[in-house]
Design a protein around this ligand. Structure first.
Ligand SMILES: [Zn+2]
Length: 445
């Protein structure tokens, strides 16, 4: 990637911001900036983790992390699909202003400023190990990563384990720079191929016709109405998904154990989150995402383990957005956020010095750029419908007719958000045959 003049100016400006931030913090800055590890478990619903209240033992390791971390009870993704959501997470800009779109095969433009670019300019060693797919190099998410290694996963239990191993090899390198490591896995994404023993434990009474593996073709057949399933089958599909979480969780535990045993990384910041959830029949589809802006697709886990055990075991109940994550990482690093970032650091919420919820915008990546939802104060406006998330968490009743004034206010806010859109030409993402095959296996094509 050849940096153009504009890009060089931008990065020089970032370096200046870093300098200003360093000077501004005085004596406190003598401490080494923290190492930052961001784990994105693709397609992971918050409500399927033990620490978010799920009754099955899906996540003992993440639950262990939770004891030393802050848990965000209501973290909202800005898109229900992989590229758009990660692009927003890493740039702190909502998808509507980014231009990155899998549906249109458009990459994140070079003009976008990613948290990795800012950290790299600040002297961080930036590394990303992703499961390719919508995070393949062609889609532009690698900006600012000194190491960007997209590798497709074998769609089976334990797929994340070797990626964690590769990450540990990178962390072992004798390099004094602080680290920003981004880890991503598709292991809980469909097709569901869990460890059969775990699935048997999670769904012991199942006598239906579905097997231990839930292929994409089966899911598509169900969603097209060609294959009928009953309640026990649906539960079996959900249990298969949940059993996949167990093996991802085990790999997270491998990383946590390694960090705990490391002098250097013991106090690293660890973030566990996801880019979007998964639907299990709430609104007509099973084992699917990217197609709606309902909460089963937008609510994701968010756990942040802060340095020095700050706020360990704490919880933030106010809704937050994934685009707030990048500014949070920068504040932890002592680096000023660039003006392009629209999110705000979550640390004031953790520390109780901020108490205000900010509106969360979410958008479909369906190629039309026409469907957006805005959420604030327990209400969600989506395509003119208004949902009361407290009394109607399933989002079944349109309350717009009963609350016209509230709907009008949210509609105005949404319209203001949509006035400012990405206006340039995002670069086309050329996909080669291997990438196409892989995207097909994930059900994207
Ligand atoms: Zn995804």
């Amino acid at each position: 990637m050849r940096p153009g003049a504009g890009r060089r100016r931008r990065l020089a400006a970032l370096a200046l911001l870093v300098l200003v931030a360093a000077l501004g913090c005085g004596a406190e800055k003598t401490a080494r900036p923290p190492d930052l590890i961001l784990i994105s478990i693709d397609t992971l619903r918050a409500d399927r983790l033990g620490c978010y209240g799920h009754p099955l033992p899906t996540s003992p390791e993440i639950d262990r992390l939770r004891a030393g971390a802050v848990l965000f009870r209501e973290a909202i993704a800005q898109a229900p699909s992989t590229l758009a959501s990660h692009a927003s997470m890493l740039t702190s800009v909502p998808p509507v202003r980014l231009g990155a779109s899998f549906a249109r095969r458009r990459a994140l433009p070079e003009s976008a400023v990613t948290v990795a670019e800012v950290l790299q300019a600040a002297g961080y060693r930036t590394m990303a190990l992703t499961a390719a797919g919508q995070l393949a190099r062609e889609f532009g998410i690698g900006q600012g990563f000194e190491v960007y290694r997209p590798r497709s996963e074998r769609q089976q239990a334990g797929a994340f384990w070797p990626r964690v191993g590769a990450a540990l090899s990178l962390l072992e390198a004798p390099d004094p720079r602080p680290v920003f490591l981004f880890l991503h896995t598709y292991e809980v994404h469909h097709p569901y191929r869990p460890d059969p023993a775990t699935l048997a434990k999670f769904d012991p009474g199942y006598r239906g016709g579905l097997g231990e593996r839930i292929p994409v073709g089966l899911i598509e057949g169900i969603n097209r109405g060609e294959i009928a399933i009953d309640a026990a089958d649906l539960r079996h599909i959900e249990r298969a998904y949940e059993a996949e979480i167990v093996s991802v969780d085990r790999a997270v535990g491998r990383l946590l154990d390694w960090l705990a045993a490391s002098e250097r990384f013991r106090d690293a910041v660890v973030v566990v989150t996801s880019d979007h959830g998964e639907e299990f029949g709430e609104h007509g589809k099973v084992g699917w995402h990217s197609h709606t802006l309902y909460d089963e697709l937008l609510r994701v886990p968010l756990l942040i383990r802060l340095p020095g055990g700050e706020a360990a075991g704490g919880e933030v109940t106010l809704p937050v957005r994934l685009l707030d994550l990048a500014p949070t990482l920068l504040e932890l690093a002592g680096v000023e956020a660039p003006p392009e970032f629209e999110g705000r650091s979550l640390l004031p919420l953790v520390r109780g010095t901020a108490t205000r919820e900010l509106a969360a915008l979410a958008s479909l990546d369906d190629g039309s750029d026409a469907s957006h939802a805005l959420r604030l104060g327990g209400w969600k406006l989506w395509d003119g419908r208004l949902f009361d998330l407290a009394s109607d968490p399933g989002e079944r009743i349109d309350r717009a007719p009963d609350h016209p004034a509230r709907a009008a206010v949210l509609q105005r806010m949404l319209a203001a958000e949509l006035e400012r859109r990405f206006a340039g030409e995002a670069p086309a993402a050329e996909i080669d045959a291997a990438a196409e095959q892989e995207l097909r296996a994930l059900g994207y094509l």
